[in-house]
Design a protein around this ligand. Structure first.
Ligand SMILES: *Cc1c(COP(=O)(O)O)cnc(C)c1O
Length: 425
């Protein structure tokens, strides 16, 4: 498609956008009395108006039923989490029995390490990406130390080549091969939080398995953003948070995938709790742990229903639309944003907006990370003051994620105008 940097053209794209009505389903913060252009759905998604209904339902049931709400509320709490399995399994490409929601992301990473990182004298190394999200790095280091190992020896990072922003697939595969028999686990962010690079999860998973390692994925920036086929790719486990692209609210519950081939493996250790226990017998309060077959068998506590309610509202919205439509709009709006950036860039002497996110649609989701050559933090501050919510990452990168559910093409055009003013002020 030949894009144009005009309001009329952007409005035409909006008129043709199948998802355009969903924009009205969200609350937008206001700056100077105007709704903002929101580019940080990759950090905290906007609140959808449906959310309140779901939360109110739990509040009302709690008020009216108290403890009886576990069994007799509109959506009983004792198995509330099971409502996620079917819709989420479609979103991440899994079987319903492979999905559960529980805890928060980093906590679930630790729990998955209990089952899937069991180092021996010969097989103890973890491969991850260089500059992984800090929480993941701290998690790796503490896990390795917990097993009495030295992080410097046990954690192997895949590096970017000098002068390159993204990690090459061939370098990931070479590193897996090089570590070979010593490799216990590969655990990488499926979409890198800083660059927006999408990894070839299928190929990397197969390569890790060839060395007899487990392969897991942190899908914080992938869930609700890119196409996933976790079951078919034969991924061992994956975890994600729900408050980024999936709009479930600050610090909210995490989703977890455990491949069905592991469900009946009694040798896999896990940290247990009563909500992972046989559903029919859970309230008989017996002493011996008999796990639920399926990912639910990794549950520990009775669930925080007030945080699951907004996540359920979101999951239902995603499944009503379907990832296919979300991805189609994502590709178009991200391409339009990239076009706008280059148009502004061309008009202004001395700047260069270098998009460090890969240019192919297979290797990116809806985030563009932009290196602002010739500009600095002032520009970022100007954008924020003028209603463009983005984020700043050292040394000089802003991340722009036009979430397809609520960002419009006109937002992209308007952003270009504000950007130009911010530079020429
Ligand atoms: C957002 C994010 C986290 C945050 O973890 P929480 O436990 O939810 O605070 C962790 N890892 C990655 C890769 C992320 O993008």
């Amino acid at each position: 498609m030949n894009f144009e940097n005009t309001r009329e053209f952007a409005q035409q794209l909006d008129a043709k956008d199948e998802l355009r009505n969903y924009r009205d389903e969200f609350f937008f913060p206001k700056v100077n009395g105007k709704e903002v252009i929101y580019f940080t759905g990759n950090s905290l998604g906007l609140q959808s108006k449906r959310t309140k209904t779901y939360v109110d339902e739990v509040m009302t049931d709690w008020a009216n039923l108290a403890v009886e709400g576990h069994f007799y509320s509109e959506k009983p709490w004792w198995d509330y989490h099971e409502r996620f399995a079917a819709p989420l399994s479609v979103i991440v490409g899994a079987k319903p029995c492979e999905i559960t929601v529980m805890n928060t992301l980093t906590v679930n990473l630790h729990l998955m390490m209990v089952s899937f990182y069991r180092p021996t004298a010969k097989k103890y190394k973890i491969i991850c990406e260089e500059k992984a999200f800090p929480s993941d790095q701290y998690m790796f280091q503490s896990q390795v130390k917990f097993h009495g190992l030295d992080p410097k020896d046990a954690i192997v990072e895949i590096k970017r080549r000098e002068g390159e922003h993204n990690i090459r697939l061939e370098d990931v595969l070479a590193k897996i091969e090089e570590v070979g028999d010593a490799l216990a686990l590969v655990l990488i962010g499926g979409v890198n939080y800083y660059t927006g690079q999408v990894f070839d999860m299928k190929t990397i998973t197969a390569a890790g398995h060839k060395q007899g390692a487990y392969v897991g994925w942190d899908l914080a920036h992938a869930a609700g953003n890119i196409e996933l086929k976790l079951h078919d790719w034969d991924v061992d486990f994956a975890v994600w948070c729900s408050y980024k692209y999936m709009n479930s609210g600050p610090g909210n519950a995490s989703g977890c995938f455990i491949h069905e081939k592991h469900h009946n493996n009694a040798d896999l250790p896990r940290f247990a709790g009563w909500y992972g226990h046989n559903k029919e017998r859970r309230f008989k309060m017996e002493p011996d742990f008999d796990p639920v077959h399926g990912a639910d068998g990794w549950q520990i506590s009775n669930l925080p229903i007030l945080s699951l309610a907004p996540y359920l509202a979101s999951v239902e919205m995603f499944s009503e639309i379907g990832m296919e439509k979300i991805i189609a709009k994502r590709n178009l709006i991200t391409a339009y944003l990239e076009f706008i950036l280059h148009e502004v860039d061309k008009e202004i002497e001395g700047t260069e907006f270098e998009v460090i996110t890969p240019s192919s649609q297979e290797e990116r989701g809806c985030q563009l990370s932009v290196f602002l050559h010739g500009q600095g933090r002032d520009l970022f501050d100007y954008l924020m003051k003028n209603g463009v919510i983005t984020d700043w990452r050292e040394p000089n990168v802003i991340r722009l994620a036009p979430a397809p559910l609520y960002c419009s093409f006109e937002d992209m055009y308007e952003f270009g105008q504000i950007l130009k003013k911010g530079i020429c002020k």
